[in-house]
Design a protein around this ligand. Structure first.
Ligand SMILES: [Fe+2]
Length: 198
């Protein structure tokens, strides 16, 4: 199975003013496409050809850096487009909200800690909400890594590579992260992944 780039699940203008058409055109059409194309080239002739994307990401981690970086970023971005929606960031579905309060203190505390994880990820990477051993945890990873390679299941991630925010926010990564949690998160998709994970 080779990697393919899906269309965005909304129009390029749908996330403005929090994420512009220009950002989405570069981020989806150029950056994500490059991971797809490079990943396909690097996958050819390896032991992971024909495996599922998750198997490729987990299997190539620590063994084939080139393939891992591109497959990992393909996995992360496939979800990332679905973690965003127009008029997002509203109410969290009940079961998931209850679990956030139980494991992470409160919704406000979760937002604070999630933003802080993104702010303190030095250089390129991601901040995460993941399920590990039945509990919700906040994490951050460099480059194309994700909780998947640490035996956890990511249910929400935010891209803190500069290509994700520099056009709209320049160096103001904290402002981008705040807009992400307050106005962009597609909580229905997060809740779906949570149900599958537990
Ligand atoms: Fe990205």
């Amino acid at each position: 199975m080779s990697f393919t780039l899906p269309d965005l699940p909304y129009s390029y203008d749908a996330l403005a003013p929090y994420m512009s058409r220009e950002t989405l055109e570069y981020h989806h059409d150029k950056h994500h496409l490059a991971y797809v194309n490079n990943g396909n080239n690097l996958l050819k002739g390896t032991e992971w050809e024909g495996k599922s994307l998750e198997e490729i990401v987990k299997g190539s981690y620590g063994k084939n850096a080139g393939l891992f970086n591109n497959a990992g970023q393909h996995y992360n971005h496939l979800h990332f487009w679905n973690w965003l929606k127009p008029n997002g960031g509203g109410a969290i579905p009940g079961e998931l909200e209850k679990k956030i309060v139980e494991d992470l203190g409160s919704v406000e505390k979760f937002k604070e800690d999630f933003v802080q994880a993104g702010v303190t990820q030095f250089g390129s990477g991601w901040a995460w909400l993941a399920v590990k051993d039945g509990k919700l945890v906040i994490d951050k990873t460099p480059n194309g890594e994700s909780p998947l390679v640490k035996g956890a299941t990511p249910i929400l991630g935010v891209d803190v590579w500069e290509h994700s925010y520099y056009i709209d926010y320049r160096n103001r990564r904290p402002d981008y992260l705040k807009a992400f949690v307050d106005n962009l998160v597609n909580w229905e998709y997060v809740a779906q992944l949570y149900s599958k994970a537990v």
